[in-house]
Design a protein. Sequence first.
Length: 182
Amino acid sequence: MKNALIAAASLAAIAAVIPAAAQAQDAAAASNVGAYVNLGGSLVDAGQADVGALGARLGYRFNNWIGVEGELAAGVKSDTDTIGGVDVNTKLRHAEAAYVVGFAPINPSTDLLARVGYGSTSTRTRIAGISDRDTNESWNFGVGAQHRFDGVNGVRVDYTRQEFNHDAGHANVWAVAYTRKF
């Protein structure tokens, strides 16, 4: 009889705890939904040229797993290489892209992420006093992670590969950004 009472009390305790735990998990998942912004810097390796950029991303997370984001970047560091005895200076003028983002929550404050999108990149090249501007479109894909320190403010690191159309090459972009959830 004593064992039956202990078993019944244990089942009652479990029955009371499970809904509370599920509700806490739902609340944590719901806290990830909404708009966010990232502000940061990136290093762009485009073969011969290694340039720097400052960028901003504005995104919206629909649920715990899926979101969208738009990205704008402006070049802040050019690169000069000597090719055939001639100095070639390359600078990123600006870049923009739109992405679908998949999130994999590790805990309520930390996510792994993957993104795929399409973008446009404008560059300026100077050779012996002659300047040329070029714009290339690309399919972009990448992975990263983000962590919020207080539920709202955090840091994001990611890598994105840009595959330019018409065999115009590729670029590898490494970024670090401050992130804020609204």
